[in-house]
Design a protein around this ligand. Structure first.
Ligand SMILES: [Zn+2]
Length: 147
């Protein structure tokens, strides 16, 4: 294999890509240890909150319209107002959720690049690569990716 040399061997004779180990030895303890970093998940707390606020706003407007029994009947122009009353808080919630996830997503992209470029030396049981200049044990490498 013509790859970067293991800093301990001085050549690439025993070098395998970490991503290849993960794919080809799937399920093995080493492959499990050398899994890619977990993708950050959006729990959607603010989307839910926005949805609840939107539902309350919608309910309030419907009750208010219903209580105006002696007023003019509800016309079609009211419909966009009702849709907006629900959708605007919900959309704002989504925007907040995405914005809060942004730093975690950036970090994830960085760690994924690092993982993708990392190599493993089968002779020395170390991980190294352009983004992992100091050779680390698979356990330490995994901890760094998830730290
Ligand atoms: Zn080596």
């Amino acid at each position: 294999m013509d790859g970067p040399a293991c800093p301990l061997c001085g050549d690439d004779t025993h070098t395998v890509k970490v991503s290849a180990i993960y794919r080809l030895q799937s399920g093995s303890p080493l492959a499990t240890l050398l899994a890619p970093p977990p993708e950050p998940q959006n729990r959607g707390v603010f989307t839910w909150l926005g949805g609840i606020i939107g539902a309350l706003a919608l309910a309030y407007l419907l009750v208010k319209i219903g209580s105006d029994m002696y007023g003019p009947p509800m016309d079609l122009a009211t419909l966009p107002v009702l849709v907006a009353a629900f959708c605007i808080p919900w959309i704002i919630g989504q925007v907040i959720d995405r914005a809060l996830l942004l730093p975690a997503r950036r970090r994830y992209q960085r760690e994924l690049r690092r993982w993708d470029s990392a190599l493993y030396c089968t002779k020395h049981d170390v991980v190294f690569g352009p983004d992992t200049p100091r050779p680390a044990s698979p356990l330490k490498f995994a901890a760094q990716l998830r730290g």
